[in-house]
Design a protein around this ligand. Sequence first.
Ligand SMILES: [Zn+2]
Length: 71
Amino acid sequence: MFPRLIVGILVTIVIVGLVNKFRKRLSASKSEVSSSKAIKCDYCGIYIPIDQIIYRRDKAFCSQGHADKGV
Ligand SMILES: [Zn+2]
């Protein structure tokens, strides 16, 4: 009876550890996706969706005005 209790505790610890690892991987992959879809404006530092970015000389800007000021 006593060894069963120990085995049960060990199994619980292992499962909790695996779940925590899996959650960390999920959150890490989510943050990678969001960072790849938004880019920081080189002038004001705001994050803009990749389809709204204005590129000027290999720099990214949130608006035409910041592109003119930032270059
Ligand atoms: Zn800006």
